[in-house]
Design a binder for this molecule. Structure first.
Ligand code: GLU
Length: 448
């Protein structure tokens, strides 16, 4: 019998030697390799063409200096990144993250994940990711604008509507995309769909801000359907309170479920009545304030706040991490399983450690991986690119309908490649489903 574990371990020895210290990147590659090795062994054309070896090597990595001046006149220097991972099925596509934790490992893991995620959407998008270790917290609007302009002064050379189309991610929303777009237009003297997540007035798509969260909930609904359940009446524990969390809360509320927790870097809140109505709008206010404190919610609505804690000990039916990478570890996973959750769905990118993921799966809880579950955001970015290319814009109903169809399709792909007896291994299904299209395109395009 083929020793798959040994093949994975040998492959990882090379990846680790070539990319020393890049722990998040190693983690993302290992997870995918574990799913893919048995499939590749069964399909020798991928093995002979060394597709996986080629996929873990970015097509291009750009690292650049981003100097800028604060409101007091002091000069700062940050580091900018753009990882152009794979362009086999379309221009590089993926967000830009501003967060002090940003480094090459985080950029590469995100870009790698993005390749599979974008492939799953069925739209023609390659994978990339960018960002900076810039911390927008406490920065004035003028400072953020100067930073974005400086970032674009370098990045503009490497992007374009048919080359690489960045968008938002943690720390980058409509305001930052506006500053990027303005600077790009000025430098290139071109009005094109070079970025997504733009304002509606200048080529943005409706539903883009809420798309990631809506897509996560549509995907969750499909998982529940396979178990004969529905989101109505279900208690949902989530982390985060940013853009993705906001979209999840809105859709869960609309479909009759109840989101009972939110979290921030300062701790989590427990709201047994559920986040709905004006409380949802307050999430936007909390984000706009730039304070990054979820305690504000507890103070305003008089609910319990647990400082320094994560929300995973709260009993719920569905758990959806919406904050950041590796926010759910083995201890958290044990709590989640003990509380009897019906399903676990990743809304943030790689929010679960490998041990935690395995523990949840071993306990027969359906595990919706990010690259499938949160693909709705980039899918609507893809729809924004289409609208830009056609010089028209669709209505909210049209975009939402397309998003919903895409999420159902992604779920079907997971079923196609992930069925194991009467169970579905969504991690395997998403990894193989995302791989096949990119791998076949790479083979067709020769050794490039
Ligand atoms: N940052 C988002 C993601 O992780 C969206 C990227 C995009 O719209 O290009 O998928």
């Amino acid at each position: 019998m083929t020793d798959y574990k040994k093949i994975v371990d040998d492959f990882m020895v090379d990846v680790i030697a070539k990319n020393p210290g890049e722990n998040e990147f190693h983690q993302a590659v290992r997870e995918i390799t574990e799913s893919l090795v048995p499939f590749i062994e069964e399909h020798p054309k991928y093995k002979e063409a060394k597709i996986l070896e080629r996929m873990v090597e970015p097509e291009r990595v750009i690292i650049f200096r981003v100097p800028w001046q604060d409101d007091k006149g002091e000069i700062h220097v940050n580091r900018g990144y753009r990882v152009q991972m794979n362009s086999a099925i379309g221009p590089y596509k993926g967000g830009i993250r501003f967060h002090p934790s940003v480094n090459l490992s985080i950029m590469k893991f995100l870009a790698f994940e993005q390749v599979f995620k974008n492939s799953l959407t069925t739209l023609p998008m390659g994978g990339g990711k960018g960002g900076s270790d810039f911390d927008p917290r406490g920065r004035s609007d003028a400072e953020v604008m100067r930073f974005c302009q400086s970032f674009m002064n370098e990045l503009y050379r490497y992007i374009g509507p048919d080359t690489d189309v960045p968008a938002g991610d943690i720390g980058v929303g409509a305001r930052e995309i506006g500053y990027f777009f303005g600077q790009y237009k000025r430098l290139k003297n071109e009005f094109t769909g070079v970025l997504t997540g733009k304002g509606i007035q200048y080529g943005g798509s409706v539903i883009r801000p809420e798309a990631t969260g809506f897509g996560v909930v549509y995907f969750t609904q499909e998982i529940l359907k396979t178990m004969g359940m529905d989101i109505k009446g279900k208690k949902v524990a989530i982390s985060g309170f940013g853009n993705v969390a906001w979209g999840v809360v809105r859709k869960v509320d609309e479909l009759g479920g109840k989101v009972i927790t939110l979290s921030g870097p300062d701790g989590y809140i427990y709201d047994p009545d559920g986040v709905s109505g004006e409380k949802i709008d307050f999430m936007l206010e909390m984000r706009r304030s730039g304070r990054d404190k979820v305690q504000d919610y507890a103070d305003k609505f008089n609910v319990e706040f647990y400082p320094g804690k994560r929300p995973w000990s709260v009993p719920c039916d569905i758990a959806i991490p919406c904050a950041t990478q590796n926010e759910v570890d083995l201890e958290d996973a044990k709590q989640i399983v003990k509380n009897g959750v019906k399903c676990y769905v990743e809304a943030a990118n790689m929010p679960t450690t490998l041990e935690a993921m395995k523990y949840i799966q071993e306990n027969n809880i359906p595990f919706g991986p990010a690259k499938a579950a949160n693909a709705g955001g980039v899918a609507v970015s893809g729809l924004e690119m289409t609208q830009n290319a056609m010089h028209l814009s669709w209505t909210p109903e049209e975009v939402d309908k397309k998003l919903h169809e895409i999420m159902i399709n992604i779920h079907n792909t997971c079923l196609k490649y992930g069925k194991e007896g009467d169970k579905v291994n969504y991690v395997k299904g998403a990894n193989i489903g995302g791989f096949v299209k990119v791998a076949d395109a790479m083979i067709a395009q020769g050794i490039v």
